[in-house]
Design a protein around this ligand. Structure first.
Ligand code: SF4
Ligand code: FES
Length: 241
């Protein structure tokens, strides 16, 4: 079966403007979008640039926009799309393009950094000389958050980041903060809650649920953000002030 891909091409060092190239690939319904990109690069145009590593939804490096939705190319199959029409492949939104589908992830990692208090991460396994135990129930409070592979699909789909407030730290950063805020082995929870309250922090989230929709690890990102908001109200503003 022949499948057509319309792919964003841009080399800011050389091109005046982006363009789209169309490639026809011999593919089956169960081929991954990543397989098709590999075929294009290996057999038709070796200059096509995109990131990939594990090929199995673990490394988070092949985030891109497929038919308008941020996705991992290794997790999406040809049969997930109407393959009688061109499948549109573009870079993740919000991030500057380095080349073709490769984006500069620096803004994403900068956003992730601001969630840590200046004193540094304070996670401890020992308290007063004894092992600090954690119950299964306590551990479950941040189970979902630690599945994050930092692919940035959520941040690149967030309407607040894209249209309203680019400075918002974004869903992935709040999710990472939730992991620390709900970990009984973390000692600087109040400092972290105060960081979350700062401008462009958790209150910038308007619960559009886009992050949850696109997350390839099926993390309930919006729910983690809501949990963080509720904890701020409980711990920092118990009297409603
Ligand atoms: Fe990717 Fe999901 Fe983590 Fe966002 S929360 S960075 S979409 S794995
Ligand atoms: Fe590693 Fe897709 S290539 S997540």
């Amino acid at each position: 079966m022949e499948v057509k891909f319309k792919i964003f091409r841009f080399n800011p060092k050389r091109d005046k403007a982006p363009r789209f190239d169309t490639f026809t690939v011999e593919a089956s319904l169960n081929d991954r979008i990543l397989d098709c990109l590999n075929k294009i690069r290996w057999e038709q145009d070796g200059s096509l640039a995109y990131r990939m590593s594990c090929g199995h939804g673990i490394c988070g490096s092949d985030g891109m926009t497929v038919n308008g939705v941020a996705s991992l190319a290794c997790q999406k199959l040809v049969k997930d799309y109407d393959h009688t029409k061109d499948i549109l492949i573009e870079p993740l939104q919000f991030f500057p393009v380095v080349k073709d589908l490769v984006v500069d992830m620096t803004p994403f990692f900068q956003k992730m950094k601001v969630i840590h208090p200046s004193s540094g991460t304070d996670v401890t396994d020992v308290e007063e000389g004894k092992e600090l135990k954690q119950t299964i129930e306590d551990r479950a409070l941040f189970d979902d958050a630690i599945k994050c592979i930092m692919c940035a699909c959520c941040t690149s789909s967030c309407p607040v980041v894209l249209k309203e407030e680019p400075e918002f730290i974004g869903p992935a950063a709040v999710l990472r903060a939730q992991r620390y805020i709900f970990d009984s082995k973390v000692k600087d929870v109040l400092d972290r809650l105060k960081i979350m309250e700062k401008p462009h922090g958790v209150w910038s989230c308007k619960s559009y649920f886009k992050c949850t929709e696109v997350c390839p690890k099926r993390i309930k990102v919006t729910e983690a953000i809501l949990q963080t908001k509720r904890k701020i109200l409980r711990e920092l503003h118990p009297t409603g002030t």
